[in-house]
Design a protein around this ligand. Structure first.
Ligand SMILES: Cc1cc2nc3c(=O)[nH]c(=O)nc-3n(C[C@H](O)[C@H](O)[C@H](O)COP(=O)(O)OP(=O)(O)OC[C@H]3O[C@@H](n4cnc5c(N)ncnc54)[C@H](O)[C@@H]3O)c2cc1C
Length: 288
C-alpha cells in the first residue's frame, strides 16, 4: 500500500499552497482531486497579486504545475472514504487504498445536494464508489445515479459484474458512451428508501416516474460531503469546524480554503493552505 506523510484532498489554491509548504518541509504528499473546483468557473481574477488578468483555469493550472514540480504527487481521482486507523489514515483514492499520517481537507464548497434518505443508507445499499464496492453486488441488480462522464465509465465497469445496471441522471451529461448492457432511464431520482429486503430489493430509488428497486444505488458525484467522507468530522453550516490554526476535531486532520468558511477567496485559500501545512508539520513531529 502506498504511504504518504500527508494526503491533501483537493487541488485548488488551498491544496496547492499546502502542498508547496509541505514539500518545503520535506514531507511526502499525495494531492488527489476531481476537477478544477471553484477556480475553474472564474472568468477573470483581478484581486490576486501577480497574476492579474489570468482566468481561474489558467491560474489553477499554474498552481498545480508548481506543486507537482515541488515534488507533490497529483492524481485526478476522487477520495471517496477516509478512515482513522490510529496513527495513520486509510483513504480510498480512485480504486486504490492509500495510507497517510495526516490529511488536509481542501474540498471547496461545491457538492451535489444529497437525496432524501441517501445519507442514512450509506453502507446499507448506498455506495459512493463503484470500484470499491462493485464486487459486493456481483450478479445482483444495481442502480447508478450519475452526474458526469466518469459516472458513465463506472456504470460500464458495473455492467460486467452486476446482473442488471439501471442508469439515472442526477445532472444532465453525455451518456452516449454507456455500455449497451446498461439500461438508461429518463426518470429523475428524487429520494432513496430502504427496500423490503427480498433479493434484489434492498433499496428503492423514488423517481418522478415511480420507484425502482435494486440491491445498491451507486451515487456517483465528484465530491462527497465532508462528514460522510470522514465519519466523526465536525461540520456546521459555515463549513468544517476548526481552530484558528485550522485543526479540525479529528487529530491530524486539517481544513483549508472555502471548506473552512468565509471569506471564500483565492488569497484566503492560499493563506489557509500554508497555515494548515504548518499545523500539520508541527503535529507530525509528535508522532515520529
Ligand atoms: C464564478 C466564480 C468566480 C470567482 N471569482 C473570484 C475572484 O475574482 N477572486 C477570488 O479571490 N476568488 C474568486 N472566486 C472564489 C475562489 O475561486 C475560491 O475561493 C477558491 O477557488 C477556493 O479554493 P479551494 O482550494 O478552497 O477550493 P476549490 O478551488 O473549490 O477546490 C476544491 C478542490 O477539491 C476537489 N475535491 C472536492 N471533493 C473531492 C474529493 N472527495 N476527492 C478529491 N477531490 C475533491 C475539487 O476537485 C477541487 O480540486 C470565484 C469563485 C467562483 C465560483
Amino acid at each position: 500500500m502506498a504511504t504518504y506523510d500527508v494526503l491533501i484532498v483537493g487541488a485548488g489554491p488551498a491544496g496547492c499552497s499546502a502542498a508547496l509548504t509541505l514539500r518545503n518541509r520535506d514531507k511526502s504528499v499525495l494531492m488527489a482531486y476531481t476537477g478544477d473546483g471553484a477556480m475553474g468557473l472564474a472568468e477573470k481574477m483581478n484581486n490576486y497579486p501577480g497574476l492579474r488578468g489570468k482566468t481561474g483555469r489558467e491560474m489553477i493550472e499554474l498552481f498545480r504545475a508548481e506543486a507537482q514540480e515541488a515534488g507533490a504527487e497529483l492524481r485526478k481521482e476522487k477520495v471517496s472514504q477516509l478512515l482513522s486507523m490510529g496513527d495513520t489514515f486509510s483513504a480510498i483514492v480512485g480504486s486504490e487504498i492509500v495510507s497517510a499520517r495526516a490529511v488536509i481537507l481542501t474540498v471547496g464548497t461545491a457538492r451535489g445536494k444529497e437525496l432524501p434518505g441517501e445519507k442514512e443508507l450509506v453502507g446499507r445499499g448506498v455506495s459512493y464508489c463503484a470500484t470499491c464496492d462493485a464486487m459486493l453486488y456481483r450478479k445482483r441488480p444495481v442502480i447508478v445515479i450519475g452526474t458526469d462522464e466518469e459516472s458513465v465509465e463506472e456504470a460500464n465497469f458495473l455492467a460486467g459484474l452486476a446482473s442488471r445496471v439501471m442508469y439515472l441522471c442526477e445532472k444532465q451529461h453525455d451518456v452516449s458512451a454507456l455500455d449497451e448492457r446498461v439500461e438508461r432511464s429518463t426518470a429523475k431520482p428524487q429520494a432513496i428508501e430502504k427496500g423490503d429486503g427480498a433479493p434484489g430489493q434492498a433499496i428503492r430509488v423514488i423517481t418522478d416516474q415511480g420507484a425502482v428497486s435494486a440491491d445498491c444505488a451507486f451515487v456517483l458525484r465528484p465530491t462527497v460531503a465532508p462528514g460522510t467522507l470522514l465519519p466523526g468530522l465536525e461540520t456546521s453550516n459555515a463549513g468544517i469546524v476548526h481552530t484558528p490554526d485550522l485543526r479540525t476535531n479529528v487529530p491530524r486532520v486539517y481544513v483549508a480554503g472555502d471548506a473552512a468558511g468565509a471569506p471564500r477567496q483565492v488569497a484566503k485559500a492560499v493563506g489557509d493552505g500554508c497555515v494548515a501545512a504548518f499545523s500539520c508539520v508541527e503535529d507530525l513531529k509528535q508522532l515520529s
